[in-house]
Design a protein around this ligand. Structure first.
Ligand SMILES: [Zn+2]
Length: 181
C-alpha cells in the first residue's frame, strides 16, 4: 500500500506561470511512502489561473542547503538524473562552455539532464540564428550537445547555489559530489 500524507495546503512560490504568464505557481508538498519504506517528497506545482501542473519526486533525505553540486555524466543512464535549479542557482557545463546564470523567478526549472541539454540546444540554435555567418565554435558546441544527448559525450554538470534550494538527484549515487558551504 502506498500512503500519501498531505502536509500543507500550498505556498505561493513567487514564480509566474510559464504557460499563461498571468497566474502564480503554488507549491504543495506531500510525503509519499513506498512499500519498502523509502519516503519521497512529492512537490506539485499548480498555476492558480490555468491548467498548468507539474509534479516532482525528491527523496526525503535530500538536504536543501547552499552548496555546490557536481554531477559527472558518464553514461546515457545519467541523463535521467533530476535537476532542480532554484532562482539562485548557477548551472554550468564547462565541457560545453555553457553557463546559465540565476535568472528572473520564472526561469527556475525542474527537469532531468536531458531536459537541461535540450534547453541549452534551443538557446544555442536561437543564438546561431542571429549570426550572419557560420561559426565553427557554435557548430562544434551544437555537435557536442547532440552527442551528449545521445550519451556519447562525457561532461560535468555543476550547480552552485549560494542561497540553497537547488539540488540534483542522481541516477547513480557515485556520480554526484556535493560540497556544502
Ligand atoms: Zn498558468
Amino acid at each position: 500500500m502506498v500512503k500519501i500524507k498531505k502536509d500543507d495546503s500550498g505556498e505561493d512560490l513567487g514564480f509566474d506561470c510559464p504557460i499563461c504568464k498571468k497566474g502564480r505557481l503554488i507549491l504543495s508538498k506531500h510525503i509519499h511512502e513506498l512499500p519498502d519504506g523509502d519516503k519521497y517528497l512529492i512537490m506539485k506545482f499548480e498555476c492558480n489561473k490555468c491548467d498548468f501542473t507539474k509534479n516532482d519526486l525528491i527523496p526525503v533525505e535530500t538536504p536543501i542547503k547552499p552548496g555546490k553540486f557536481i554531477l559527472h555524466v558518464n553514461e546515457k543512464e545519467d541523463l535521467k538524473s533530476k535537476v532542480f535549479r532554484s532562482s539562485s542557482g548557477v548551472l554550468e557545463i564547462p565541457e560545453l562552455e555553457m553557463e546559465i546564470e540565476p535568472g528572473p523567478a520564472a526561469d527556475f526549472y525542474i527537469t532531468n539532464i536531458e531536459g537541461v541539454l535540450s534547453r541549452m540546444k534551443d538557446a544555442v540554435l536561437f543564438f546561431k540564428k542571429g549570426l550572419s555567418e557560420e561559426n565553427q565554435k557554435v557548430n562544434k558546441i551544437l555537435e557536442n550537445i547532440d552527442r551528449a544527448i545521445n550519451g556519447e559525450f562525457k561532461f560535468t554538470l555543476i550547480i552552485t547555489d549560494e542561497l540553497g534550494g537547488s539540488y540534483i538527484v542522481p541516477v547513480n549515487e557515485k556520480s554526484l559530489k556535493i560540497e556544502y558551504f
